[in-house]
Design a protein around this ligand. Structure first.
Ligand code: ADP
Length: 154
């Protein structure tokens, strides 16, 4: 059976930290689906279509990596896509507590779906989409935190 994994997130925008988790994570599975969540309570800075087109560009060299948008419960989307695994990244103890709570809830709802955590590479452990958005809002240069394919709407 194919090992299919979903990497869900907002990716608003995708950063070098996310890309590092994707490149390392895909080695563990036959297929990795990057799921761009569209029903978050957060108001996004970038439209889902734009976030998805950046991600497609970045990973166009690897046929094992797909990108899709989704709404609704992550576990329902996993079932729809045949994914037995959820991938998440952990930068800090703060992330750990938050991620563990989500993973526990998801396991309670869908015991057959396992959440796999990868810790951030140290150089990316302080990179976050939230901080990138704050810098963009104030006119700063965020290029060093982002994959080259991410082009900014000025
Ligand atoms: P969400 O809104 O679901 O938290 P994000 O796009 O912010 O979506 O994050 C998606 C996943 O990527 C989360 O598991 C988050 O912890 C992880 N992540 C975000 N930034 C990094 C980074 N710099 N290094 C490793 N993992 C990261």
């Amino acid at each position: 059976m194919q090992r299919i994994c979903l990497f869900p997130g907002s990716f608003d925008p995708i950063t070098l930290g996310h890309a590092d988790i994707v490149r390392r994570g895909v080695q563990l599975f036959d297929k990795l689906i990057i799921g761009v969540g569209t029903n978050s309570s957060k108001q996004p800075m970038y439209a889902p279509e734009l976030r998805i087109s950046w991600i497609k560009d970045i990973f166009s060299d690897d046929p094992r990596i797909e990108v899709q948008s989704y709404a609704g419960l992550t576990i329902d989307y996993c079932k729809q896509m045949g994914a037995q695994y959820i991938l998440r990244g952990i930068r800090s103890v703060g992330d750990f507590e938050y991620e563990r709570a989500i993973a526990d809830m998801n396991r309670a709802l869908a015991p057959d779906i396992e959440t796999i955590f990868l810790t951030s590479s140290p150089i990316y452990s302080t990179v976050s989409s939230t901080l990138v958005r704050d810098i963009v809002k104030h006119g700063g240069d965020v290029a060093q935190f982002l994959p080259g394919a991410v082009k900014w709407k000025q």
